[in-house]
Design a protein around this ligand. Structure first.
Ligand code: NDP
Ligand code: MG
Length: 394
């Protein structure tokens, strides 16, 4: 059995962060938590600190940090509270930490996740946006740091489980032909197209199979989530765009599949509960209990598959396009999407305009090849500005 692993959980108060705490606390002999981070939610952070008693807790906002410090002191806990964005990178690269759960949502996760990679940590990657924005830099940081990425996204975790054991990205050696990335199709798969203009944030966040944070829930409803995952799969598995096929599978029981040159297709199945990929990544290459109910085949009404409808889900088409073009374009797509989704969640942009805004921003930006993190952040900043202007006129 592997020795004790010491973790930092970035985004501890979120959906993935909470599921991670659930799995970790089932195995106190295997995992200890050195640091937890959140943006501003003090209540859930306080509960998490009580549960795992970390050495550090980071709140990005200073006022939340001050409140947490006081409440921890009142409760007699000696966790040290840090604040500000740089503290995120600091706790992601602590010498005593070997494993970092990267579960901040959106571009805000890029710097700390990259710091973890550069410091040679085992990065459990939920924050797909950071890989989409800066895939090449990210892979270089992992190589140079000497650590590894283990995907948390259920599809990519499934693909890792279906690939040959010693797969190193060389498709000709492994006999791998295609990756079949499954997608639920979200809450609007069957909704008449004419109704999409009027759907509300609550309807968009009511995912049929998964309970998730609000941003990824909207991404699932537009299928931008699947688009980001196609780009994520490209970087994680060295897969060309043509070798990644999206298969709509509304039951979310098959989490993805790998097709081999001999005609074999290997699938990973399970109940839709993120604790399975989290437990797999935490213990990799071993297996541990996750608390997830076993899959009961006799309860399944059937497994269905269909092609994605790109007229209904233009975001998926846009993601394939930016993957083919490369350079700064995936970062621009991600930034424009974050702005548009944020506005939709505030009730200030129609659902069907999310794709229109992203498309408009992409068509205004010139292709460049970012050389550094600063280049990526600059592309992100400019794309956000353009998206904000476009939203105002949408
Ligand atoms: P949530 O919205 O539930 O949680 C987000 C976490 O990030 C919270 O801890 C939040 O803190 C923190 N956070 C938000 N903004 C910032 C910021 N600016 N700086 C620092 N921290 C911040 O998201 P999810 O858990 O759903 O998703 C997290 C990531 O995992 C996303 O990238 C998502 O795509 C990915 N993922 C999620 C899945 C899921 O099932 N939920 C499945 C697959 C991937 P606070 O609570 O204080 O706001
Ligand atoms: Mg996923």
């Amino acid at each position: 059995m592997t020795g004790m692993r010491t973790l930092t959980i970035l985004g501890a108060t979120g959906s993935i962060g909470q599921s991670t705490l659930d799995v970790v606390t089932r195995h106190p002999q295997r995992f200890r938590v050195a640091a937890l981070t959140a943006h501003a939610q003090v209540g859930p952070m306080l509960s998490a600190c009580r549960l795992v008693r970390p050495r550090y807790a980071v709140m990005v906002t200073e006022s939340a940090a001050a409140e947490l410090r006081q409440r921890l002191r009142d409760g007699g806990l000696d966790t040290e509270v840090l604040s500000g964005e740089t503290a995120l990178s600091q706790v992601a690269s602590l010498p005593e930490v070997d494993t970092v759960m990267a579960a901040i949502v959106g571009a805000a996760g890029l710097r700390p996740t990259l710091s973890a990679a550069a410091a040679g940590k085992r990065v459990l990657l939920a924050n797909k946006e950071s890989l989409v924005m800066a895939g090449h830099l990210f892979l270089r940081a992992v190589r140079e740091g000497g650590g590894m990425i283990v995907p948390i996204d259920s599809e990519h975790n499934a693909i890792l489980q279906c690939l040959p054991g010693r797969f190193n990205g060389d498709w000709s050696v492994g006999g791998v032909r295609r990756i079949l990335l499954t997608a639920s199709g979200g809450p609007f798969r069957c909704r008449p197209l004419s109704e999409l203009a009027g759907v509300t944030p609550e309807q968009a966040c009511a995912h049929p199979n998964w309970v998730m944070g609000r941003k990824i829930s909207v991404d699932s409803a537009t299928m931008m989530n699947k688009g980001l995952e196609v780009i994520e799969a490209h970087y994680l598995f060295n897969a060309p765009a043509e070798a990644i096929e999206v298969v709509v599978h509304p039951q979310s029981v098959i989490h993805s599949m790998v097709e081999y040159v001999d005609g074999s297709v290997i699938a990973q199945l399970g109940n839709p509960d993120m604790r399975t990929p989290i437990a797999h990544a935490l213990a990799f290459p071993e297996r541990i209990e996750s608390g997830v109910q076993p899959l009961n085949f006799f309860d399944l009404a059937g497994l269905h598959f269909e092609k994605p409808d790109l007229a209904r889900f233009p975001c998926l088409r846009l993601a394939y396009e930016v993957l083919r073009v490369g350079g700064n374009m995936p970062a621009v797509l991600n930034a424009a999407n974050e702005v548009a989704v944020g506005r939709f969640l505030e009730g200030r942009l129609r659902f069907d305009r999310i794709a229109t805004v992203i498309d408009a921003v992409l068509s205004r930006v010139a292709h460049e090849t970012p050389q550094s993190l600063e280049d990526v952040l600059e592309a992100d900043r400019r794309a956000r500005e353009m998206a904000l202007q476009t939203v105002t006129h949408a």
